[in-house]
Design a protein around this ligand. Sequence first.
Ligand code: CP3
Length: 357
Amino acid sequence: MTTVTNTRFLDACRRREVDRTPVWFMRQAGRYMAEYRRLREKHSLLELCRTPDLATEVTLQPLRRIDVDAAILFSDLLLPLEPMGLPFDFIAGEGPAIETPLRSAWDIDRLRPFDPRESLAHVLQTIRQVKRELQGRVPLIGFTGAPFTLASYAIEGGPSSNYAQTKTLMYGQPEAWHRLCGRLAAMAGDYLNAQIDAGVDAVQVFDSWVGALNAADYREFVLPHTRRIFEAVGGRVPTIHFGTGTSMLLEELRDAGGEVIGVDWRIPLDDAWTRIGHDRAVQGNLDPTLLLGPIERLLDAAEDVLARADGRPGHIFNLGHGILPSTPLEHVQLLAEHVHAVTRRPAPESGSPAGAG
Ligand code: CP3
């Protein structure tokens, strides 16, 4: 296997000293790029995800244009729902739509276990192709959805503003809820291990919508399941635990697992890091809307994030959530260059652990 030459991102995950703060962006591949839009004129989103040549191309597109320190597999969080027995499609302008959402304990018991090496073989093939093309230039991040976020799509059938049906099942039929989350967590752990076997260098667990819960409910209904995903990975590669709206849940996310905790823009990074504890790395936390401009405000805000990270080993620069489709590419390019330029420091001795020397 090729060794990764740019190890900034992986070193920061392990809280090692780095020569510059690593940068990557959630949704760094997507509609804000002309070359992505051109492919989307010919292919649906699911076609892109399911065709290894196309998914490989889209994964690599941002790397040709932006000075990022990691690639993220181009795929979608919802792909595992189909082999579990929940087919879905993406509706233009609306987002995902699950054909027959889960509504009862009976529906949950009909969910099928599946082998990602068979049913999602195309994703694993994409990973192998991307790794070949990258030739170790930067690491590749794989990902899965976490139980709450996946359950919310499976139950609501699509995006939701209040998660009313999800929470109704959670509060009203806790046993069925725990069975569902147990299955989703087992699937996610297995899927991540298959991605790691195929070559990903790190994994991110997306619990994008878990900020809809309070801390006590998170501990009761989510934490034991999400923890099992991190236990399944068992330290094989660095793990990132990401959510949005989690300012009231940071300790809970940390306790569920992840060497790196994702932080969104609703809380200053230094406050978040103190609460998480400096024995974990953090990723974040610029508001993606700032990428729309003005540039001065964007760069000032980026410097504020960096000042709050204070040069401490274990900060990965990212947005608090994904790049918006209307973002000018030049702003993304400038932001990555700026973060690298202002965080330049003497190259560390390779492999020096955090805090040493
Ligand atoms: O560059 C990357 O970050 C990798 C690609 C990626 C996609 N989806 C491609 C995509 C990743 C990591 C995801 C994860 C994902 N998918 C999440 C978790 C991350 C997050 O944003 O919170 C969620 C909730 C989904 C489900 C999903 N997929 C929704 C709700 C939508 C519609 C919203 C939208 O932006 O239109 C998608 C579509 C989707 N997934 C797009 C992309 C690039 C939009 C693309 C298009 O229509 O061409």
